[in-house]
Design a protein around this ligand. Sequence first.
Ligand code: THU
Length: 131
Amino acid sequence: MSEQELHTLISTAIAAAERAYIPYSHYPVGAALRATDGQVFTGCNIENASYPATICAERTALVKAVSEGVREFECIVVATRNAGSPCGICRQMMYEFAPEMRLLIVDFDGNVRWDGALQELLPLGFGPGSL
Ligand code: THU
């Protein structure tokens, strides 16, 4: 992925947050997940009156991709107003498919808070190889 493509991925994640459905938290999250073949899947958080039914932006992007037959990923950008960190459930679900994928945490101005491998955010993670 080129620097230009990374820039575009960051902008795409920020734009995806505009589609968040967040009547309860008012905390928009956007994600842009890039597959190894270059396809990009976006996600936003979608809340529900039954609060636990909420799905996060990262998992929205991931399930879109996997349900389209795409399982290999190289990078995900997660965007929030304060560069909030991905939750544990999202880390676990992403780890299933791409523990080594690059993960960037950014704010809505595009400032990068964190840039590293997903597995660094889930040390000793439990994955397919654990069974
Ligand atoms: N949220 C995400 O979309 N991703 C995360 O990794 C952390 C939390 C959402 C869920 C909920 O809609 C809102 O942020 C507040 O928790």
